[in-house]
Ligand binder design. Structure first.
Ligand SMILES: Nc1ncnc2c1ncn2[C@@H]1O[C@H](COP(=O)(O)OP(=O)(O)O)[C@@H](O)[C@H]1O
Ligand SMILES: [Mg+2]
Length: 247
């Protein structure tokens, strides 16, 4: 298989175009189980009728694991926002509509969001008291079964001829949509605080959700994110986690 053109390079992988396929080549040392999980989750999501690039196979290329899928020709929603900032509101609207449609779906084979968050909080490196507080909030939260992407950001949505495709399914679970929205909000806060607030306002308005339902999830989702140790994120995450004291 010829890797014709590098499309994107992230912390853990490189994405290449190869004919009408996109090939996600994972860095050496990336866990095999995580690659297979991403392919498995995408296959489950395909079954429930969400618009995503179909996974074709997982293989080894030059000693590295790679996942091949349909190549979606188009632009990510992030690219569109950056190239056309005057219309950012329209793009945020699209993001919310796509996310609401996803939350309307069910996929009983996915892992539970609560289990994943619990695991991550336990591995966050926070002290025992803080972990206990956060796990108590998590335990008391309403149990839902909505499809949650776990990394629903404008970078993980590709628009092709006006049709949206959601990509990057490694973190998908079933659970409470407000937690998924809190995660998107956190990502947007790190990107652009104004767009983040616009997003939250729009989501709450369209879904008739009280803002505090999403805000309640912020410390929990921030603590879970802390376990990823992404450079540059820690200060903001720590601030969100500390909010828990004032609730
Ligand atoms: N199937 C695809 N078709 C076209 N572009 C893709 C496809 N999959 C990924 N990309 C591009 O590669 C980028 C990174 O892919 P993604 O799966 O989100 O990796 P990461 O896990 O590193 O975020 C995307 O933002 C998008 O620009
Ligand atoms: Mg991505």
């Amino acid at each position: 298989m010829e890797l014709e053109q590098l499309i994107a390079k992230g912390r853990f992988n490189e994405i290449y175009k190869s004919g009408n396929l996109a090939v996600k080549v994972f860095n050496e040392g990336y866990a095999k189980a995580d690659v297979l999980n991403e392919a498995y989750v995408a296959a489950r999501i395909e079954e429930i009728g969400l618009n995503i690039p179909k996974v074709k196979e997982v293989r080894e290329i030059n000693g590295k694991l790679a996942m091949t899928m349909d190549m979606i020709e188009g632009k990510t929603l992030l690219q569109m926002m950056e190239e056309d900032p005057e219309n950012v509101e329209q793009y945020v609207d699209m993001m919310v509509d796509i996310q609401l449609d996803m939350h309307s779906k069910r996929c009983p084979n996915l892992p539970k969001l609560k289990d994943k968050l619990m695991d991550r909080i336990n591995n966050s490196g926070l002290d025992a008291t803080k972990k206990y507080e956060l796990l108590t909030i998590l335990d008391g939260a309403p149990k839902h079964k909505k499809v949650c992407h776990g990394d629903f950001t404008p970078q993980n949505i590709i628009i092709s001829d006006g049709v949206p495709y959601i990509i990057d399914w490694n973190h998908a679970t079933q659970g409470n949509a407000s937690a998924d929205v809190a995660r998107s909000y956190l990502w947007l806060c790190l990107y652009n605080a104004e767009i983040a607030d616009l997003y939250l306002d729009k989501f709450c308005e369209k879904s008739q959700t009280a803002k505090r339902y999403v805000q309640q999830w912020l410390p929990v989702v921030a603590a879970a994110r802390l376990s990823k140790h992404v450079p540059g994120e820690e200060d903001l995450l720590q601030r969100w986690i500390d909010i828990v004291q004032y609730q």
